[in-house]
Design a protein around this ligand. Structure first.
Ligand code: MN
Length: 208
């Protein structure tokens, strides 16, 4: 089974001025592609070659195969968490769920930003649904919440490669930009899926 680099749903320059075309060219075309290529290399000729990405995530032992599978999932999810002219405050069911969990959108924004900015080293900040409620968490390196039965709602990549070209060492400035890019429709769709019967959302398409 061959995994493929998903196409971005926007052009490289469409997230400017918040994230540059150069960052996207490297982040998607080099970093993410590298994880996909490595995943294909590591699954070739093994039992994992016939598994879906989700099945690999849930069954692989910690190590290079799992790391690359997680990075493929996480990046695919990250690209969909962003959109041109995104951001602002969510509406509808996702807004209600955020208010229920954090008290207000402002409080959620601070919780998420503090977690992302305070995360030591490489990793990911997430809004997830777990046991029926939303919560914010971070994962180290390639860590993926679905291994812990947490359903991702949105994510922010806090590896330096996500922001170093645009903001150098200033992760907080990248996080400010992130709030202008969040695709709340994607978040709402993930929340609604998580309230249905499917335990894992299927955002990552696998080629035949
Ligand atoms: Mn990345």
């Amino acid at each position: 089974m061959t995994f493929t680099l998903p196409k971005l749903q926007y052009s490289l320059a469409d997230l400017e001025p918040h994230i540059s075309a150069e960052t996207l060219r490297y982040h998607h075309g080099k970093h993410h592609k590298g994880y996909v290529d490595k995943l294909n290399e590591l699954t070739l000729g093994t039992q994992f070659a016939s598994f879906s990405l989700e099945k690999i995530l849930l069954t692989a032992e910690p190590g290079p195969l799992l790391n690359n599978a997680e990075q493929h999932y996480n990046h695919s999810f990250y690209w969909k968490s962003l959109r041109p002219q995104g951001g602002g405050e969510p509406k509808g069911v996702i807004a209600d769920a955020i208010r229920d969990a954090f008290g207000s959108f402002k409080a959620f924004k601070k919780t998420f930003s503090d977690a992302a900015d305070g995360h030591f080293g490489s990793g990911w900040a997430w809004l997830v649904r777990e046991d029926g409620a939303l919560r914010v968490l971070t994962t180290h390196d390639a860590g993926c919440p679905i291994r812990a039965a947490q359903t991702p709602i949105i994510t922010c990549d806090v590896w330096e490669h996500a922001y170093y070209i645009d903001y150098r060492n200033e992760r907080a400035k990248y996080l400010d930009a992130y709030w202008s890019l969040i695709d709340w429709d994607f978040a709402a769709a993930n929340l609604e899926l998580s309230m249905g019967s499917k335990p894992v959302n299927g955002v990552v398409a696998r080629s035949a």
